[in-house]
Design a protein around this ligand. Structure first.
Ligand code: ZN
Ligand code: ZN
Length: 396
């Protein structure tokens, strides 16, 4: 007989999660500085009698061991805020100038604590175990890899992993699954072109880097326009160009920076080599020298299509009140990607759009608000994933 969690316990569970969320929201902390937030997580887990340990400086791993045999579900929540001054008008707005929970990570942490409460209370009939992954520094420099390296997914070994992210594109009461690649790899590049300076009236005595840089910007567009399958996504954006001294001096050096965005790993791997070949070819034509440096960011998140499909149908069957949607991928980044490389994973988008609550702004905006009516749905979704994995409903 299907049980609707919300009918039984969620009003108090959601109310408590909202209270914790507002507390975290008032005192936001940036990546690897989440001491107060991690302290709240530890305090709550201890009060629930859930075993837990610190990892990766401010990360916390909790383990709920079900009484019945089964698989191990990982549930991940990020805890860090952004360097931004809040202008949401919420009564519990940030009390720290220049720091704000503008991506909803406060809500993610509080909802995972709510799910932990439900799962721990029903431990006697829980199949398998649940690993709670409270992660620091998602906005940078990245807390997922240090947690994984500290063994967060190894003991017990996680069989499938999920996370929630609030999403203003979907109305409250809706959750979204995007099977396959659901966002982008965002990598940075830096170019330096070196020539030889001279008098602006005598270009033949110098090696001018300005026309060379202009040719490089145009030539780089060939990566997207001529070298990539038009059905695949790639972006090559040169965002800055700096060079030169005065109108009548030939610039001996130009520096440029930009971003590569890609979704397909083979396209991503080829980007640096393609850019280098094009840049060196242009530099040789203009008799300059060029240097390219690429700094790799998070890989794209791969949502395991089998997990998405079985979890979505499990939810529809067990929790018919939840609306399930398939929003398009985004070109944003998310270091949950690393967890989803170690175990089949799914990034679940939790709808928070609600005009009446002013929950209409995108993440990273100073006006960002989270419709707290979404908490009950978020907690329900996390609990369902844990029960579905353990019982084999999600990963048989
Ligand atoms: Zn963010
Ligand atoms: Zn985020």
């Amino acid at each position: 007989m299907a049980e609707t969690i919300l009918d039984v316990i969620a009003p108090e569970i959601a109310a408590r999660a909202i209270e914790i969320r507002r507390d975290i929201h008032r005192f936001p902390e940036l990546g690897f500085e989440e001491e107060r937030t991690a302290g709240i997580v530890e305090r709550e887990l201890a009060a629930l009698d859930i075993e837990h340990r610190r990892v990766a400086k401010t990360g916390v791993v909790g383990i709920i061991r079900g009484a019945l045999p089964g698989k191990v579900a990982g549930l991940r929540a990020d805890m860090d805020a952004l360097p931004l001054t809040e202008r949401s008008g919420e009564p519990f707005a940030s009390e720290v100038a220049g720091k704000m929970h503008a991506c909803g990570h406060d809500a993610h942490t509080a909802m995972l604590l709510g799910a932990a409460r439900v799962l721990q209370a029903s431990r006697h009939r829980l199949e398998g175990s649940v690993v709670l992954l409270f992660q620091p520094a998602e906005e940078g420099p990245g807390g997922a890899l240090p947690m994984i390296e500290a063994g967060a997914m190894d003991d017990p070994k996680v069989d499938a992993v999920a996370m929630l992210h609030v999403d203003y594109r979907l109305p409250t009461g809706t959750i979204g699954f995007t099977p396959g690649i659901c966002n982008a790899a965002a990598d940075e590049f830096y170019i330096t072109v070196e020539g030889r300076g001279g008098h602006g009236s005598a270009p033949h005595t110098a090696l001018d880097t300005i026309p060379c840089a202009a040719a490089m910007v145009l030539a780089l567009q060939n990566i997207a326009a001529r070298e990539t399958d038009p059905f695949k996504s790639v972006v090559v954006t040169v965002g800055t160009i700096e060079g030169g001294y005065r109108n009548n001096i030939i610039a001996d050096r130009v520096k440029m920076s930009g971003t590569f965005r890609s979704q397909d790993p083979t396209i991503r791997e080829a980007l640096e080599g393609r850019a280098r070949r094009i840049l060196e070819g242009v530099a040789s034509a203009y008799q300059t020298r060029v240097e390219l440096k690429v700094i790799y960011g998070y890989p794209p998140v791969y949502n395991d299509p089998a997990v998405c499909e079985t979890f979505a149908s499990y939810l529809q069957q067990e929790h018919p009140r939840l609306e399930v949607a398939s929003p398009p991928p985004t070109m944003g980044g998310e270091d949950f990607a690393y967890f989803a490389q170690r175990a089949p994973g799914v990034l679940v988008r939790l709808g928070i759009f609600n005009e009446a609550r002013g929950s209409v702004h995108p993440g990273h905006s100073p006006q960002f608000r989270v419709d707290e009516d979404a908490f009950a749905f978020g907690i329900e979704t996390l609990v369902a994933f844990a029960r579905g994995v353990g019982g084999g409903g999600v990963r048989g």
